[in-house]
Design a binder for this molecule. Structure first.
Ligand code: ADE
Ligand code: ZN
Length: 326
């Protein structure tokens, strides 16, 4: 209990958070009602029952259909504002949040609707309780590179509201190299780059290598399998690449928290961070992820503090603000 209180009070940044992954069953149920949509589930409890999975694929099969209740800008606003409120209550001072525009535009919701809702929530949360937040546009890697490029071009009018681009969804057979031209263009347009290299994927190491050497990412999401390759660990260290690890998410998609791997990378001097990924689905926001890892791995207070400081070091805030947090 003491540890949990300490962690909550510790200033932290969150760098691996899917806004669509913050859709709590209660909100899903309420938005469906408001938008006149018929759900298969009759109660909030029945919605909760559907939040069950054993790997990345079964998770994504629940995740994408659920977010169809998001229709109007007010829905996206409410989702993001609720998350930012919770994050603030847990000591999160800064957050860089993923969103999946193609999961909405692909079903007829305008890009403007999505980003207007998210943006107004960010402005409001900053005004009401001082949290700072940025958006990272993720491309869905199981769709084509051409569709990703079209989405990047669609985002350009909103470039001032988007700090970087990422890559998520089903990694199997969808390597970073598939999106080399999209990420090169995004770089030229001034976006920072990150991408998912999910836990224990086939070709994990080759995907991490491509992200670091061929794409030239600024950060790696998950990326925990890098522990298997000394050369890549040294390369990531030399480049100052942060890793956004998600212990509770790991325990859902692989049945292991991967705490030995995460702590091992911390010992080797990598800028390892702790994050929640899809907290409404995995039942743990940022602070609970710190607690879970600390308890499972037996971390001492200094290590917990290092993880929190790393979250700012690996973030994309300005050097002046970074000084303030370190
Ligand atoms: N979309 C939301 N969470 C994800 C994850 N952990 N991996 C890939 N795609 C995702
Ligand atoms: Zn993720």
């Amino acid at each position: 209990a003491d540890l949990a209180a300490f962690i909550r009070g510790l200033p932290k940044a969150e760098l691996h958070l899917h806004l669509e992954g913050t859709l709590e069953p209660e909100l899903k149920f309420r938005l469906a009602r408001r938008n006149g949509m018929q759900l298969a589930e009759q109660t909030v409890d029945e919605v909760k029952q559907t939040y069950q999975f054993h790997d990345l694929t079964s998770f994504l099969q629940v995740y994408y259909p659920a977010m169809q209740v998001l229709q109007e800008a007010a829905d996206f606003h409410e989702l993001a504002f609720d998350y930012l409120t919770r994050a603030h209550d847990q000591g999160i001072r800064h957050v860089e949040m993923f969103f999946d525009p193609q999961a909405h535009t692909g079903r007829g919701v305008a890009f403007a609707t999505v980003i207007d809702g998210y943006r107004s929530a960010i402005v409001r949360a900053r005004r009401e309780f001082g949290i700072s937040a940025e958006l990272i546009l993720c491309f869905l890697r199981d769709y084509s590179a051409e569709y990703a490029m079209a989405t990047l071009l669609e985002a350009l009018p909103y470039r001032d509201w988007i700090i970087g681009v990422g890559l998520d969804s089903d990694e199997r057979g969808n390597p970073p190299s598939k999106f080399a031209a999209v990420f090169a263009r995004a770089r030229r347009e001034g976006f920072l780059l990150t991408m998912h290299c999910d836990i224990d994927q086939p070709d994990s190491i080759e995907h991490i290598r491509q992200a670091l050497e061929d794409i030239g990412v600024d950060r790696l999401d998950h990326g925990t399998n890098i522990v298997e390759d000394d050369r890549l660990v040294e390369l990531a260290k030399a480049k100052g690449i942060g890793l956004t690890c998600c212990p509770v998410s790991n325990s859902f998609v692989t049945s292991q928290m991967k705490s030995d791997e995460i702590v091992g990378l911390l010992h080797r001097g990598l800028t390892v961070t702790v994050n929640s990924d899809d907290p409404a689905y995995f039942g743990a926001y940022a602070a609970q992820n710190y607690v879970a890892l600390a308890e499972h791995a037996g971390l001492d207070i200094d290590q917990v503090v290092t993880l929190a400081k790393n979250s700012f070091r690996a973030s994309w805030i300005t050097p002046a603000r970074l000084d303030h947090f370190l």
